[in-house]
Design a protein around this ligand. Sequence first.
Ligand SMILES: Nc1nc2c(ncn2[C@@H]2O[C@H](COP(=O)(O)OP(=O)(O)OP(=O)(O)O)[C@@H](O)[C@H]2O)c(=O)[nH]1
Ligand SMILES: [Mg+2]
Length: 553
Amino acid sequence: MIPRLLTASTSSRVAAASKRCRNATHLPPSHQLLSTISVRPGNIDPIFGVLFLSQSRRRNRLRSSIDGNCCQCSNSKPQPVPYPTQRIFNVSRPLSTSSTREGEEVTESNRAAFRATPVIPSILAYIAKIGVGMRPKKSRPSRRRSTIKGKSGKSHADTFDEMEEKHYFENSETQYRLQRRTTDRPLISKGANGQSAKKSVATKLESENKGAYWLPPPPFSSSVRGENGAHHDNSLKGQRFIRRPVKFLGKAGSLSHELPRESIGLAEIAIAGRSNVGKSTLLNALLYGNTDENLSPRQYQRGGTPDRTKLPKGVKAEASSKPGQTKELSFYQLTADVVTDNDSYDETEKNISGGKMSLLLVDLPGYGFAFAKEERTIEWKNLMHHYLLERRSLKRILLLLDARHGFKKTDFDFLGDLQDGLMAKTEDKKVWSSVCMIMWLLSNPLFTELTCSSTTFSPPKAKRELPPIQIVLTKCDLVQQTDLARRVVIVKKQLSDFLIREPSALPVMLVSARAGVGFNNLRKETPMGGVLELQRELASLVPKPRCHGRKTT
Ligand SMILES: Nc1nc2c(ncn2[C@@H]2O[C@H](COP(=O)(O)OP(=O)(O)OP(=O)(O)O)[C@@H](O)[C@H]2O)c(=O)[nH]1
Ligand SMILES: [Mg+2]
């Protein structure tokens, strides 16, 4: 037996081509194809070691498979990926057919590839508008640089590598000026007493903004602060939302631990992601907002943002720079009492006239590398999968990705495991329900009657799907805005390239849990972007109170 010989590049191309053919009956695996080719000394090129086949038919077969076509498929386009019969993820747009997750190695794009990714102007404009990400530094061209002209007659500053940053900076500067013009218009007018109104209005604004801070949106906070310190939003159609202190409902570290009771009346949101991606920090920011009393939006706009987020008293998730800090599933409940304007509110009163609105945020342990024993990490993983697959009140899964790195292999492994678990569960359920049905029919004396009127029998309930998975990029404050725009493009591409179907059609959200970042539009009525937008999104998932508008007894 003469050993088979192929150059590495040829064999990998054949393997890639065989993977591209979706019709299993058409193309045998590449190794099968190659095993049919017998290698004779005459078939080996003495210099390159590449196969030369005497039979033209075999040569054509090999060539066609190397070119990426199945040897039996006549059309050159690869066949679409066969979709799973069950809906795995909630999607509302066409599924990706470009490649499967299986066998693909997820590689972190290198710096050159990352730089080569185009910056889409609309994404960049959005990022600039919401104010997340590092602003490009003001690159003032030195006098020398601006005066020295290149051969083409252009200044060297014009041919500078970071032209797009310069261009962007000009845009953001214009936006900033426009914003100032609309919000601070009185600043340029003169006061009645001849004194410049600029100073007085500025002082007034300063005092108003002093302590202006960012809280969860209604119903979990107010946009107006009452005289007695109570928070309520008067703009909401005769209703007030009184926020209660955050409640810690409990934690579970293994499958034997009991989870808090499920309830239809509350929205449950799980925060998942790799270890150290910022899950606990984001959870705290979602629960409490960013309440640095000394921080004013004006301070932020001048570029100085404090390093630490100052949170008020209350239960909080523990965050640490060490991966593996969170070792249990922890449940935090945010509740607001809905009070109609005519009613007096008593905090001790159990049955509030308008009812209650509750949001349950669940901090999950991270996957990937963690400072913990292996058995422990396996235990978390099992618990997490069990929770995500079984919990019925789960409304959304926030999948956090570090904005500096995007998707990593562990993230796809996590999604893949969820998908596998869901498939296995569906199969188990099908088998179990059919066994139950047969047993019941056999033991039932009315068996014959039932078979005649089979319409009375209701089939087993359809399988619950996973809730939508929302991709959230965290730590955006550590990334340049142009790089952030590139990251969004790459994450979207990775989603469509490596998953059979995308987790959901929800937009990729950009947040930073650091104080001052992501809320420079604080003074606008509708908050956009950052944690504020995420808070609004989550608040919109909270079901309306059932006893709305009437007194309960
Ligand atoms: N600059 C910056 N740092 C952040 C941000 N969010 C979190 N961090 C930091 O990232 C580190 C990890 O944060 P955690 O919230 O503990 O991360 P985690 O995902 O809960 O980690 P595990 O519990 O170990 O899974 C901490 O040092 C945080 O201060 C952010 O938005 N910006
Ligand atoms: Mg944590």
